[in-house]
Ligand binder design. Structure first.
Ligand SMILES: *Cc1c(COP(=O)(O)O)cnc(C)c1O
Length: 393
């Protein structure tokens, strides 16, 4: 223990989570270990964050070097680490301008502000957002206002003005909500928390068309499905559409808290200007060193190729579980963001899996979320499938 104030108990934490009954201590590659030394196969990756696995030496060394060089400067001073990270993210995201945040929620918050500022500068009188049922965008007042779970919003009402919810993958329901006040349409390219639901190509193309015809901005939230998990850097890159604004976080820092929103030149020209938005920590040299190293390692270790090679094997094994176990209903998703729908309480499945040494969380009411580190190999998928077959027997 470091000082007289430190005692090891959860008691001081505000109870906003029902945590799993395990105390994790350290990790290596695809595995985490608890304080008793028990080993767990990790199919959660800290909620789609630790894509390079745990204890990646090259990543950790880069962080250590940056710590000794410079951790923080504030955004009032330019630093090259941050500039490089923006260039790298621009390249992989095909966007033109990047703003760094400290979390996914803040990336969404910034994206909403960027869209409203665009409408303001254009004097279009537009301020409304169309969001999707079952969407998850975070917990701040703006982000929760566009989150499609009533129970997340209700205790905090009134929400921000002018948000309407359409049904995901139902273009008619979006069209019915579009009017001359609509400023932006926001959605996840693949809904994560809502149950691993990919947007259909017809839906996303249709939404893009509505946006183009009305000077409405399309905001794609790639915080969970982005950064290689779908098999391309960002999931929309496989769908023949491009957003005007996009959000990223989670895996771009591999565990270092960092997010970003990015926009095309068309939006940037009319959007946030000096004084409109800011953050003390956002994009500090430490966080940006993480982003730079993550992208470097993705290229060096050909992570995208690996995702595309291994993902069909994950689907195959999940299909095998569906065939073998009555309680497993169907497989959803793509790449290394897949879901196994079950017909029994999914929380219980997660808890039993934990006892058997597998970390796996739920999505929506009845889906087991398969979001392992992207370095997962066939042997790990086999190990996961054996455990789930036992748990779902
Ligand atoms: C996790 C998540 C967020 C919120 O990110 P935080 O870093 O938890 O604030 C927003 N959108 C999506 C799609 C997410 O999965």
């Amino acid at each position: 223990m470091g000082n007289q104030y430190m005692t090891d108990t959860e008691e001081g934490l505000l109870k906003t989570y029902n945590r799993f009954p395990v105390v994790l201590d350290h990790g290596e590659g695809m595995y985490l270990y608890d304080t008793e030394g028990k080993k767990y196969l990790d199919f959660t990756a800290g909620i789609a964050v630790c894509s390079l696995g745990h204890g990646n030496k090259a990543f950790n060394d880069a962080l250590k070097a940056q710590i000794d060089k410079m951790i923080h400067t504030s955004n009032l001073y330019y630093n090259t680490t941050c500039g490089q990270a923006a260039q790298a993210l621009k390249k992989i995201s095909q966007m033109d301008k990047v703003f760094f945040t400290n979390s996914g929620t803040e990336a969404v918050e910034g994206a909403l502000k960027a869209a409203r500022k665009y409408a303001y500068e254009k004097k279009s009188g537009r301020y409304e957002f169309i969001a999707m049922e079952d969407a998850f965008h975070g917990r701040s007042m703006g982000a929760v206002s566009v989150t499609g779970h009533k129970e997340y919003r209700e205790p905090f009402e009134p929400m921000i003005d002018g948000v309407h919810f359409a049904t995901f993958n139902d273009l008619g329901s979006v069209k019915a909500l579009v009017n001359d006040k609509t400023c932006a349409i926001i959605m996840e390219t693949i809904q994560g928390e809502g149950g691993i639901n990919p947007a259909t190509p017809e839906f996303i193309e249709g939404v893009r068309k509505i946006c183009d015809e009305n000077d409405i901005l399309l905001i794609l939230d790639e915080i969970q499905c982005g950064m290689g998990r779908s098999g391309s850097y960002f999931a929309w890159q496989q769908m023949g559409v491009k957003p005007d604004i996009m959000t990223m976080a989670k895996a771009i820092g591999n565990g270092v808290p960092v997010g970003a929103f990015a926009m095309t030149q068309k939006v940037a020209e009319y959007s946030l200007k000096p004084g409109d938005h800011g953050t003390t920590y956002g994009g500090n040299p430490f966080a940006c060193a993480a982003v730079n190293k993550v992208i470097e390692l993705f290229e060096e270790e050909k992570i995208l190729d690996h995702v595309n090679e291994i993902a069909p094997y994950l689907t195959e094994k999940l299909e095998e579980i569906v065939a073998a176990c009555d309680k497993a209903v169907k497989v959803k998703g793509k790449g290394l963001i897949q879901g196994l729908q079950v017909s029994v309480p999914v929380g219980e499945v997660s808890r039993k899996a934990l006892e058997e040494g597998l970390l796996v969380i739920s999505a929506g009411g009845n889906v087991l979320r398969m979001i392992p580190p992207l370095i997962v190999e066939k042997e790990h998928i086999d190990e996961m499938a054996e455990i789930l077959k036992k748990v779902l027997a």
